[in-house]
Write a protein that binds this ligand. Structure first.
Ligand code: C2E
Ligand code: MG
Ligand code: MG
Length: 708
């Protein structure tokens, strides 16, 4: 290094680090000013000393190591910067430094340049960073802990929730499901996650589900609860109530959707069962009146809107009571079920068949193109009853009467529809069972009229509007009066004389017939007891009184007759009770026992209207009446025919063979009278002789029969 040129000591001075030139043993040969500034030593104090004087005793070992390394490979420039590398300052303090040692060769000798750089600022920064890092780690730990906690909460609320839950993305894909959900749809997570709900939605409900999604994703609705069906993997259908709501971030942006599910299958089944029970007849399983009314209201509204025709049929089993009475209620129930099944066979899927109660059925026929189609339906129903029913050996013929009403858009209320069908049924029954009648406007007036009349009839007895008239019964050979038939008359204040053919059936619809029957018997017995024997007759005339079948069920009948006979003094032999076959439609055993008790008293029975019933001969054998009254249709037929003539002859011959007295009804002409006499019919009555007369005229007839 030459004077006047840039010396190496000038270079050392220019360096920003504290620098020392060391010989191969570490002895300080030269220092720059920066080193003296940093260490607090003067250059004199440093030069000639070993560099180790600057190393704090606790770091000596590391220094040795460093120098050993250095010795091994002196070409390595070694920078060391670790956190606690310090130099020992003059005042005893330690200065944190970065340290470097660079070996150099100069004039054949090995030297080293040692540099230290104050890094206390960096160190402070570093420390701050380290602290911050530590804090960050802590925060992270806390956060993780917090997350762990919320995860636990999440697990409780979601994973372990008994309620099936599912998270769905905005695109409708499932991204989280809990066990309960897997269970309800019978699928594993793998089979669900990443798929949409079509995987487990009952095919018919996919549309509903998509609509719900559309509405909730479009923001049209905020949350929704709806019912849909899932298709369990095993094929079962699961009814589910799904509550769905969006999960949002702080800005209110929807992130995904959370749905919780309630399995309502059993609930549904129970509800269905309950509503089925509420809407069906337990015996036959058919719809009940409530369901029928509902369907009718819907059908009525449809016809009003769209036109076309609807029809209601009321079917009433004819004389069903007989089945119960004869075969017992068990068979009665079985018959109702069997009839229901046959009716169901002809029931269209769109129509409603209902058991209205007892032995009545209602049928609602919808979508008819013409009123005539209703009649086709009616015929179809009647046809189901052509074949008899058999139960445990018993063969039962069961027919039905049918009332039909057809309505269109112009028509009435549903109540009126059913009422009209009822009126038509009533008409069908009146006309003689086993067929159908289609309602017509006039029928309603008639029905209303009948209804009013029935109400007025209840007052008629008290108002003394009822009385008994008497039609003489004549011995056709001698033309003597042998008896009288008591026939009831109603003198209506406005309508005049009303026929018993009209008001007796009205009374038979209620217990009113019992009152009327009581009146007829007491009146007739009392009157007959006053009758004297006719001119030239030894015996006094008997009286016949018509009995209604219903009266046989009146426990008071026998005692009532006994007391009527007793108080009037009329001999039981002078009383004849007229009955028709219809008495046997009710409990036969009961009827027979009542008859026996009356016969035992000495009272006689006449089988009225003989020949008009459907099995007259068998009833004749069963009831064994003393008298047969030959119906007037054989005596004075509307049209004379050989057939009628032959029948009349057969009846008279039969009656004589059975030793029964015969009374021919409705003799209107002399020819009829002669014919009957010729055939051997003993007694007769009819307009040819006399119509029924008021009680006060009986004495005149007895005194002087004008037909003699
Ligand atoms: P029924 O017992 O067969 O009575 C005979 C009916 O024939 C009577 O009609 C009588 O007036 C009518 N008649 C008599 N002779 C002739 C004739 O030559 N030509 C025609 N065309 N008719 C004749 P009525 O009095 O109108 O009674 C009708 C039915 O009402 C009776 O038929 C009977 O079933 C019932 N009835 C009448 N009174 C009573 C009663 O007090 N109690 C009950 N349960 N029924 C009664
Ligand atoms: Mg009669
Ligand atoms: Mg008669």
């Amino acid at each position: 290094m030459k004077e006047g040129s840039l010396s190496w000591s000038d270079l050392l001075e220019a360096l920003p680090d504290g620098t020392a030139l060391l010989d191969e043993h570490g002895k300080i040969f030269h220092v720059n000013e920066m080193l003296t500034t940093l260490t607090g030593y003067s250059s004199q104090e440093l030069i000639g000393q070993n560099v180790t004087m600057l190393v704090p005793p606790r770091l000596k070992a590391r220094e040795d190591e460093a120098r050993r390394k250095d010795g091994r490979d002196p070409s390595d420039r070694l920078w060391s910067s670790d956190q606690d590398l310090t130099v020992l300052c003059h005042d005893g303090s330690e200065l944190p430094v970065d340290f470097s040692l660079s070996p150099i060769t100069f004039e054949g000798r090995s030297w080293a340049v040692a540099s230290i750089r104050d890094n206390s600022a960096t160190r402070a920064l570093e420390r701050a960073r380290r602290d911050a890092e530590t804090r960050a780690v802590e925060i992270e730990k806390l956060a993780a802990a917090a997350t762990a906690q919320s995860e636990q909460r999440f697990r409780l609320a979601f994973e372990d929730n008994m309620a099936p839950m599912v998270f769905t993305s905005k695109k409708g894909l499932l991204f989280a499901v809990n066990d309960a959900f897997c269970e309800i749809v019978g699928r594993t997570r793998e089979e669900l996650l990443g798929f949409d709900s079509k995987v487990f939605t009952f095919p018919d409900d996919i549309g509903v589900t998509e609509e719900v999604y559309r509405r909730i994703t479009s923001g049209e609705i905020d949350r929704i609860r709806y019912v849909k069906r899932f298709q369990h993997k095993d094929g079962r259908t699961v009814a589910a109530e799904v509550s769905m709501s969006p999960a949002r971030d702080e800005q209110g942006e929807t992130l995904y959707f959370v749905s919780s599910v309630r399995d309502i299958t059993e609930e549904r089944a129970l509800t269905a069962q309950l509503s089925h029970q509420a809407l069906h007849d337990p015996l036959t399983g058919l719809a009940n009146r409530a369901l029928f009314d509902d369907r009718l209201a819907q059908a009525h509204a449809r016809v009003a809107r769209q036109g076309g025709f609807g029809a209601v049929l009321i079917l009433d089993l004819d004389d069903f009571k007989t089945v119960n009475d004869t075969h017992g209620h068990l068979v009665g129930d079985q018959l109702l079920i069997a009839v229901s099944r046959r009716f169901e066979d002809v029931t269209r899927a769109s129509d409603t068949l209902c058991r209205f109660g007892g032995d009545e059925f209602l049928y609602l026929a919808e979508g008819l193109n013409s009123p005539e189609e209703a009649e086709i339906v009616a015929k179809r129903f009647l046809a189901t009853l052509v074949e008899p029913f058999t139960f445990a050996g018993a063969t039962i013929d069961q027919h039905a009467s049918l009332g039909v009403v057809v309505w269109d858009k112009t028509s009435k209320s549903t109540t009126e529809v059913v009422q009209s069908a009822d009126v038509a049924l009533y008409e069908a029954k009146r006309e003689g069972k086993g067929h159908y009648v289609v309602y017509s406007a006039g029928m309603h007036q008639q029905a209303v009229g009948r209804f009013t009349l029935a109400q007025e009839l209840e007052q008629a007895l008290a108002a003394s509007e009822l009385s008994m008239n008497y039609q003489p019964i004549i011995n056709l050979s001698t033309r003597d009066v042998v008896g009288f038939e008591a026939l009831m008359r109603w003198q209506h204040p406005d309508q005049g004389l009303i026929s018993p053919n009209v008001f007796i059936p009205l009374a038979e619809e209620s217990d009113l017939i019992l009152e009327l029957g009581f009146f007829a018997l007491n009146e007739a017995v009392a009157q007959a007891s006053t009758w004297k024997a006719a001119n030239g007759q030894s015996s006094q005339p008997f009286v016949t009184v018509n009995l209604s079948a219903h009266q046989f069920h009146d426990l008071g009948l026998v005692p009532m007759i006994e007391s009527a006979l007793q108080s009037s003094g009329l001999a039981p032999e002078d009383l004849v009770l007229e009955i028709t076959e219809s008495v046997t439609l009710h409990n036969v055993a009961e009827t027979m026992s009542v008859m026996e008790r009356l016969i035992h008293l000495g009272i006689g029975f006449a089988l009225d209207d003989f020949g008009t019933g459907y099995s007259s001969l068998s009833y004749l054998a069963l009831l064994r009446p003393r008298i047969i009254k030959i119906d007037q249709s054989f005596v004075s037929p509307a049209s004379e025919s050989i057939r009628n003539d032959t029948l009349l002859e057969a009846i008279v011959t039969l009656g004589n063979k059975l030793n029964m007295t015969m009374i021919a009804e409705g003799i209107e002409t002399k020819a009829q009278l002669e014919r009957l006499r010729f055939l051997g019919c003993e007694l007769g009555q009819g307009f040819y002789f006399s119509a029924a007369v008021p009680a006060e005229d009986v004495a005149d007839i007895l005194a002087d029969a004008p037909w003699r």
